[in-house]
Design a protein around this ligand. Structure first.
Ligand code: DGT
Ligand code: CA
Ligand code: CA
Length: 574
C-alpha cells in the first residue's frame, strides 16, 4: 500500500513548509497525511476506480494534494517534494522525531551545523555546539540528548498500530492459501501489547514446504533470516521481522498457548503444571509420557484447573491466580462501545462536518457521539471561543432535533477539549463550560514543568466542577516522548476524590492511559472513557486499540462510561 509512503511524504512537506514559515499550508498537508495514514482503502485502488475524483473523496484531500497523489502513483515521485529535499537534504523523520526539535530548529541545525542525521545531531549536542546557537541554549541541548536517549531505548520495537494492519493482511493471505488449514497470530501481537518486537504466526498445513516458500517470497520481504521446513523468519521493508511455524493439529492448542506468551505468564503456568505433577511444553501438557491436553488452548487451561485466559491478560499480573480462583474479570469486549466521546469536527479544523460524523457513527452502530472541539488557546488548531462554541452547539441541537424527527435512537453530545493552562486554570469561561454536555480537559503545552507543578496543575483542573474527563492523562507519545513528569498516584487519588473520568486515548502513538495505569485506575474505582480523539471519520476505527489496552488493564464494562447506554452516561455526566 502506498498510503503510508504518501503520508510520510506529506508530513515532510508540511515540515518543510513550516521551516519556511509558510502559513496554513503545513496544516493542510498534515491533515492529508493523517487521513492517509489511517485510511482503510488502498489509495491506489481509489485512484484506479475513481481517478482524481476518487482521491478527492478522501476527507482532508483537496485539488492540489490530489494531483500530488496522482503524480506519485503515476511517476513514483513528487517534484514539489524532491525540490525541498534537494534544498535541505535532512533526515527529517529522525530529526523532528527528537522531542523538542521542530522543523524550524531542524533548519537552523542544518544551516549552521550541517546536521542531517540523528548521529550528527547527537555528535553536535555532545560537542556542545548546539547550546550557543540563537534560540537554543543549554537546556535545549540537554533535552535533545535526553530525547535521543529515549529514542534509543525504544528502538527495535514498533507500534501495535503500525504492525497490526500488516500482520492481519498477512494472516488473511495465509488463511486463504489452499494448503493452510488454520492460521493465527501469536506472541505480543495476539496479546495486543502497545509495542511489538516481532510478529509471530502459527499454522496448520498439509504442505508446509509450500507455505514456507510463500512466506519468504512475499512482496515486501527484504531479508530472509531463515527458511526451514516448518519454521521461517523474514524482515519486511517496514523494518520489522515476522516468524512463522507450522504445527501439527494434535498439538496446536499447546503451541498457540506457548507462542502467545508472555514468557512470564508461561513460566508461572509451568510452575502450576509441575505442582500438579504435570509437564507443560509447546507440545502439550503431559503426565510422564501420557498426553493430558494439547489440541486446544481451552483444554490446556482446563486441565490446569482454570478457565481459558484472554491473551490480553497473559502478562503474569495476577491473571493466573484469578483464573484459579474462578475470578477472572469479565473484560470489556471489542463490540461493547456505544459511542466515542472525543471527536473533533470541522468547527475546529477537523476534516468532517457533524453530519458526516453522525453518519459514520451510525454505521458503527453507536448510540451517541461526543463532539469535543478544541477551545481557544490552541489557535493553531483553530480552537473555538465562547461565541463559536455557542454557534456550534446550535448546529448540534438542530441535528439532534432532526435525528429525533427521523426516529433515530442517536444523539450528538455537546462537548469541548479545553486546555489546562500552565497554572491549572481552564482556557475558557465557566459559563461556556456549563453549556456543554461534557468537558474534556487536557495538557497541550508546558510539558516540561517540574513534577509537583504538573501534578498540582492537573489536580486543579480536576477540581473544576465542569471538567468531566482528563484527556491523555500522562502525555506520553510512544517511541517519541516520555510522559511528562507527573505523580500518577496523586492523579489517581485526585480522580477518585473528584469523580473525574480518565481517558484511554486510542491513538496508537498515545494509548494513554496505558495498560498498567488502567489497571491501577480500575482498582481505585475510577471510571474511564475510551476515546479516539479523531480529526477524521476514517480514524474512528482506532477505538479498537483503546479497547485492547482497556482489556489489558482488566477494565470491565462498568468501568468504561462509553460502554454505557446514553441515559446512564448522561446521568453520570450531570
Ligand atoms: P515481542 O516480540 O518482543 O513483542 O514479544 P513476544 O511476546 O512476541 O516474544 P517473542 O516473539 O520473543 O516470542 C513469542 C512467544 O514465545 C513469547 O511470548 C513466549 C514464547 N517464548 C519465546 N521464548 C521463550 C522462552 O524462552 N521461554 C518461554 N517460556 N516462552 C518463550
Ligand atoms: Ca513476537
Ligand atoms: Ca518471535
Amino acid at each position: 500500500m502506498k498510503n503510508k509512503e504518501l503520508a510520510k511524504i506529506f508530513t515532510e512537506i508540511s515540515e518543510y513548509l513550516e521551516m519556511e514559515g509558510v502559513q496554513f499550508k503545513p496544516y493542510a498537508y498534515q491533515k492529508a497525511a493523517l487521513a492517509l495514514e489511517t485510511l482503510k482503502n488502498d489509495v491506489e485502488d481509489l485512484y484506479k476506480t475513481g481517478g482524481l475524483k476518487g482521491l478527492k473523496g478522501i476527507s482532508g484531500v483537496g485539488e492540489s494534494i490530489a494531483h500530488k497523489i496522482e503524480e506519485y502513483l503515476t511517476t513514483g515521485r513528487i517534484e514539489y517534494y524532491e525540490e525541498f529535499k534537494q534544498k535541505m537534504p535532512i533526515n527529517l523523520d529522525d530529526i523532528v522525531g527528537v522531542e523538542g526539535v521542530g522543523p524550524k530548529k531542524a533548519r537552523v541545525l542544518f544551516e549552521k551545523l550541517g546536521v542531517k542525521t540523528l548521529e550528527e545531531l547527537e555528535a553536535a549536542a555532545q560537542a556542545h555546539r548546539i547550546a550557543p546557537l540563537f534560540g537554543f541554549g543549554e537546556k535545549t541541548e540537554k533535552n535533545i540528548l535526553q530525547g535521543i536517549e529515549f529514542l534509543k531505548t525504544s528502538k527495535g520495537r514498533f507500534l501495535l498500530g503500525e504492525i497490526l494492519p500488516i500482520a492481519n493482511q498477512v494472516l488473511e493471505k495465509l488463511q486463504s492459501l489452499p494448503e493452510v488449514e488454520r492460521a493465527n497470530t501469536a506472541g505480543s501481537v495476539r496479546r495486543m501489547k502497545e509495542t511489538i518486537g516481532d510478529v509471530d504466526f502459527l499454522v496448520i498445513s498439509t504442505d508446509s514446504a509450500r507455505v514456507m516458500e510463500w512466506f519468504v517470497a512475499q512482496p515486501g520481504v527484504v531479508k530472509v533470516w531463515g527458511h526451514g521446513d516448518t519454521k521461517s523468519s523474514v524482515r519486511l521493508k517496514e523494518g520489522f521481522d515476522m516468524d512463522i511455524r507450522v504445527i501439527t493439529p494434535e498439538s496446536y492448542g499447546a503451541a498457540l498457548q506457548y507462542f502467545t506468551g508472555s514468557k512470564d505468564h508461561n513460566i508461572a503456568l509451568r510452575k502450576i503444571a509441575i505442582d500438579k505433577g504435570y509437564k507443560l511444553s509447546e507440545y502439550g501438557l503431559f503426565q510422564g509420557e501420557r498426553l493430558i491436553a494439547a489440541a486446544t488452548e481451552e483444554e490446556v487451561y482446563e486441565k490446569l484447573g482454570m478457565a481459558w485466559i484472554p491473551p490480553e491478560l497473559r502478562e503474569n499480573r495476577g491473571e493466573i491466580e484469578a483464573a484459579l480462583a474462578g475470578k477472572l474479570p469479565e473484560i470489556i469486549g471489542y463490540g461493547d462501545i456505544k459511542g466515542d466521546l472525543h471527536v473533533h469536527c470541522n468547527w475546529d479544523g477537523g476534516a468532517n462536518s457533524i453530519d458526516e460524523i453522525v453518519e459514520a457513527a451510525l454505521a458503527l452502530a453507536y448510540e451517541y457521539v461526543g463532539i469535543a472541539d478544541h477551545t481557544q488557546f490552541l489557535k493553531i488548531e483553530r480552537g473555538l471561543d465562547e461565541d463559536k462554541l455557542r454557534a456550534r452547539n446550535r448546529e448540534i441541537e438542530e441535528i439532534n432535533a432532526r435525528l429525533a424527527r427521523e426516529g433515530k435512537n442517536f444523539r450528538v453530545l455537546k462537548g469541548c477539549e479545553a486546555n489546562i493552562l500552565a497554572d491549572g486554570a481552564i482556557d475558557i469561561t465557566d459559563e461556556a463550560l456549563a453549556e456543554q454536555d461534557f468537558v474534556i480537559a487536557g495538557v497541550h503545552s508546558h510539558f516540561k514543568q517540574p513534577r509537583e507543578e504538573m501534578t498540582r496543575r492537573i489536580l486543579r483542573a480536576m477540581r473544576n466542577p465542569h471538567v468531566d474527563i482528563i484527556a491523555h492523562p500522562t502525555g506520553r507519545i510512544l517511541k517519541r516522548r516520555e510522559e511528562y513528569e507527573v505523580a500518577i498516584d496523586d492523579l489517581l487519588k485526585g480522580a477518585q476524590e473528584t469523580g473525574t473520568i480518565l481517558e484511554i486515548n486510542s491513538y496508537p502513538e498515545r494509548l494513554d492511559l496505558g495498560d498498567v495505569n488502567i489497571f491501577a485506575a480500575k482498582q481505585a474505582g475510577i471510571k474511564m472513557a475510551i476515546n479516539t480523539d479523531t480529526h477524521n471519520v476514517d480514524q474512528l476505527h482506532l477505538m479498537g486499540f483503546g479497547i485492547s489496552q482497556a482489556r489489558r488493564g482488566w477494565a470491565e464494562k462498568k468501568d468504561i462510561i462509553n460502554a454505557w447506554p446514553a441515559a446512564e452516561l448522561l446521568k453520570m455526566l450531570k
